[in-house]
Design a binder for this molecule. Structure first.
Ligand code: CTP
Length: 413
């Protein structure tokens, strides 16, 4: 798993409390470590009934803290561990959080290392409750969760599903990807795009021929989704207008699904006035069928083939350029250009024609860049003649870089 700048070297305290979902916390500790975080685990006595400290120690490569009274793996008396841990923490995550621990936190108890550390730290707190559905719906638990939320904690809502008891309800600890998504959103606060409203498009549009067929292109949407995640990591409020299929939405991103270029244009224009920056990463189909058949097109034995009549789709960025002339919004517009020849010449012409602040150009003739792969090799052109070629990198790393350039545009530097 590739490290991400947001979590590299960050100190995360992971509090683990006594729920059957403890085994999922092992995966969380492992993934956070792989992403570059330094994870210090604190386990309650009840948590140790489910998983051993050794398991967490093995996946984090660090000491695990279990008690205020015994000596810890760092050969320090752990009765002062909470002070050191609490002070150095960038984030305190409690997952899974039992009803008992939620109550202790809500009432400010200081009866074990986890509770004391929660009182001593000023790092942001995330709690991920996990318990049976009837317990989670109990007014006492609801009140405790609300109290924590009102005090500024982030609560990751449990999901609906089957419990170890066999019952079904809301109370399951979400999957690791969701927990990490929430952690990224919290850690992103105060980043270079803090509270900036970012509108992003992704995926290849689908232009319907009939109720079962459409014309599309090879865009997977991966670059647009990676940009949306990088936006959240930088503190932005991201809306993603997506024609992509089968990709899970990054946590905290509002996804608006679309099919055709016309739909995408309508939605982009509707969201434009509220956006600070627009990144058009979608591969918009240039043409659509002149008409969409109401019923499935049948083949007839007499016809040797089928002729499709196509007409031009609107150019969304051209419409944005027109709007922007009057409204001055969004303040930054970024386009993409997939080219198979004369990359720079074509890209420069496109940047000027579409009135862009930045254009991210990629050479789709390379096997390791462009459509449906996880890496990209891009050149970033700006409106002042600047041109920067990035090395082959993951779409996540390319996105981090583009987001920094967007922040520079908005910051005027
Ligand atoms: N784009 C758009 N509306 C379209 C087509 C493209 O807004 N109808 C946007 C894309 O999202 C991308 C940029 O314009 O950000 C460049 O897309 P590209 O397909 O490379 O350019 P085209 O305008 O289609 O130009 P050409 O056909 O000459 O390659």
């Amino acid at each position: 798993m590739e490290q991400i700048t947001l979590l590299e070297g960050k100190r995360v305290i992971l509090g683990v409390t006594g729920s059957i979902a403890c085994y999922k916390a092992v995966d969380l500790a492992s993934k956070l470590t792989q992403l570059g975080a330094l994870v210090d685990v604190i386990m309650t006595d009840a948590a140790r009934e489910f998983v051993t400290p050794l398991t967490f120690q093995a996946v984090t490569g660090r000491a695990v803290y279990t008690s205020m009274w015994t000596t810890g793996g760092d050969a320090l008396p752990t009765h002062v561990a909470h002070v050191g841990l609490a002070e150095s923490a960038d984030l305190f995550v409690i997952a899974p959080a039992t009803a008992h621990t939620l109550a202790r936190l809500a009432h400010g108890f200081a009866d074990d290392l986890l509770a004391v550390t929660a009182l001593a730290t000023r790092a942001p707190l995330i709690v991920a409750p996990a318990m049976d559905g009837t317990m989670y719906a109990h007014p006492a638990v609801v009140a405790n969760v609300n109290a924590l939320r009102e005090r500024g904690a982030t609560v990751i809502e449990p999901e609906e599903g089957r419990f170890a008891s066999g019952l079904v309800g809301v109370g399951r600890l979400p999957e690791t990807a969701t927990l990490i998504g929430a952690i990224r959103q919290v850690m992103g606060r105060g980043g270079v795009l803090d509270r900036v409203k970012l509108l992003i498009t992704a995926g290849g549009t689908r232009e319907a021929l009939d109720p079962v067929r459409f014309i599309t292109n090879r865009s997977s949407g991966k670059q647009g989704y990676a940009l949306a995640q990088a936006g959240v990591d930088a503190g932005a409020e991201v809306t993603l207008i997506s024609a992509a299929r089968g990709l899970s939405a990054p946590y905290g991103v509002r996804v608006i699904p679309v099919d055709s270029a016309q739909q995408m244009q309508q939605l982009v224009l509707a969201h434009l006035i509220g956006a600070d920056a627009l990144i058009m990463a979608a591969a918009v189909a240039d043409f659509r069928p002149r008409s969409t058949a109401a019923h499935k097109i049948k083949k007839s034995n007499e016809d040797p083939g089928l002729t499709l009549h196509l007409e031009k789709n609107p150019d969304i960025l051209a419409a944005v350029k027109d709007r922007r002339r009057d409204t001055r919004r969004p303040r930054a517009v970024i386009g993409f250009a997939a080219e198979s020849e004369d990359l720079i010449t074509n890209a420069r012409e496109k940047l000027e024609r579409k009135g862009l602040d930045l254009l991210v150009a990629n050479d789709i003739s390379a096997a390791d860049a462009g459509f449906d792969v996880d890496t990209n090799r891009v050149v970033i052109l700006d409106a002042h003649g600047g041109e920067q070629a990035l090395e082959l990198a993951s779409k996540s790393k390319v996105s981090e870089y583009i987001i920094r350039r967007v922040a520079q545009l908005l910051g005027g530097s």
